[in-house]
Unconditional design. Structure first.
Length: 240
């Protein structure tokens, strides 16, 4: 996370040098309309306020009450503000090919050096990035159209999370030694044994690789992650 913040800061520093006029070093600094554009500043203010408002509604009042992940809440808000400002400030600048490729290269090397991000969190990250870019670059749309577009995204997300109650089903790989319970007729006994030993309310069980030499089997157990706060989703396939 700290590396990510450093990279974003470096992007803004590079952008500042690119945006600075070359003639400023050889000419006397004068107050000009381009230095303090009131209309542009007002547009930046209301667009930034709108973006922060919709992102807070999305991640604080829709996402966080269900996921309870403060780390992603912190990440989503800062990524949204950074991407919005970057897109807004560079929207009217003619960027050459080298700078554009360098910018994409910087974004390409940024990644989280922690556990793999779950699919649901990746979806929210995509929504946060999309809304930030939309709010920054939609200069040809009216305030009503922009508000309607943000409202549609928020309403769809709220409907899926709160109304339809589409819960995220996670899975975990378990190396199981009682292979006598993996038969089709013993699935209820298998599920009960796994629930007792893991403490997880299991929805379903899938049987993977079976090793008769060691009397073990790889099982994939599925559960609702929000109901099992002490467990996390398995990040790899476990050799299925």
């Amino acid at each position: 996370m700290r590396t990510f913040i450093y990279c974003i800061t470096a992007i803004f520093v590079c952008a500042a040098f690119v945006l600075a006029p070359n003639a400023a070093f050889s000419q006397t600094i004068e107050v000009h309309h381009d230095v303090f554009d009131v209309d542009h500043l007002i547009e930046l203010g209301w667009r930034l306020a709108l973006n922060i408002f919709v992102i807070l509604v999305l991640v604080r009042w829709i996402y966080y009450p269900i996921a309870k992940r403060k780390d992603f809440l912190f990440t989503y808000v800062l990524i949204s503000i950074s991407i919005f400002l970057l897109c807004f400030l560079l929207a009217s600048v003619k960027i050459d090919l080298a700078f554009a490729l360098g910018l994409f290269a910087i974004f390409g090397i940024i990644r989280y050096r922690t556990d793999a991000i779950p699919i649901k969190e990746m979806t929210y990250l995509f929504i946060v990035i999309g809304m930030s870019v939309m709010n920054a670059l939609s200069a040809s749309f009216s305030v009503i159209e922009l508000g309607l577009a943000n409202g549609v995204i928020l309403a769809a997300t709220y409907g899926l999370e709160k109304v339809w109650l589409l819960r995220h089903e996670s899975h975990k790989i378990v190396l199981y030694e009682r292979i006598d319970l993996i038969k089709a007729g013993n699935r209820e006994a298998l599920k009960a044994d796994l629930e007792e030993r893991t403490g997880i309310k299991i929805n379903r069980v899938e049987v993977g690789r079976i090793d008769f030499l060691r009397d073990t089997a790889l099982l994939r157990i599925y559960f609702f992650e929000d109901a099992q706060l002490q467990h996390f989703e398995e990040s790899n396939s476990g050799g299925d």
